[in-house]
Ligand binder design. Sequence first.
Ligand code: ADP
Length: 300
Amino acid sequence: MSIEVKNITKKYGNQIAVNNISFRVNAGEIVGFLGPNGAGKSTTMKIISCFNSAHSGEVLVNGNSVQKDPLKIKKQLGYLAENNPLYEEMYVKEFLLFVAKIHQLNNPQDAVDDVIGKVGLTPEKGKKIGQLSKGYQQRVGIAQAIIHDPDVLILDEPTSGLDPLQLDEIRTLIKTLGKNKTVLLSTHIMQEVESICDRIIVIKKGEIVADQGIKDDLNRSDEQVIVVEFDQEPKEEKLIAFLGEKTNIKKKGSSWVIASKENKDLRREIASFAKEHSLLILELKKESAKLEDLFKKLTK
Ligand code: ADP
């Protein structure tokens, strides 16, 4: 149940789409694959799913090589391609039966009934795919990806173009599926990454620029920022004099935003300042760096 990408490079003509990248997705992880448009996400996902080949490097899925054992991998891997290509003229049940037969499942009809229930397609199962809403079409895309009960799921922008309610439903579905599968999913939505993923891998211009856990300290290389509100306005010069030059102090509404250039948590100093100047602290909090800011910084 793992994906190992080792030094893969892919070129389209003279253009390098993916440049010598390596990463690993461990069994049971849900990993968000992020990057601006054109960074190389879809290309990488196609290579892992055996729908495209790399010029150099190696990809192993559950220990099997994409070059040597693509059929073995396709049995163990589910892939939702970018823009969810579907046969709109086919009926939901007909399409899923077609996919089940391609996978040569023992009881294709049972697999169809089972997956329809799993992805919540029951009310729409008798319709043509083209008649479904975007949210339900996305469920059909996910259904075709999981009908053969793969261990590994590659989902390329599974929630693009969904409304907020559909978004919630599809995220919950992915989270449920992720409980016993290894998932790599690409998305642009940071909230999604925070709510679904264990880890992020960020790619920019074909190169990996970050690979870290969601709960890792995002402040690592940043200034620590404290927001404080006093019951009365202190003089800015006094604050600066007390906290020293290695801080950036800004007034924001009724609060002060105080950043330490030395990555120091200044809450104790601020509390001492308040005591010395007989001020009451109404609010004192450490601002946490946001994943969105990290993404912007990395991909600028
Ligand atoms: P992402 O999924 O991150 O948006 P892609 O993997 O789709 O990025 O694309 C990476 C780069 O490779 C882009 O510059 C894109 O234009 C180029 N590219 C992707 N597919 C093809 C193709 N079939 N032919 C030529 N260039 C391509």
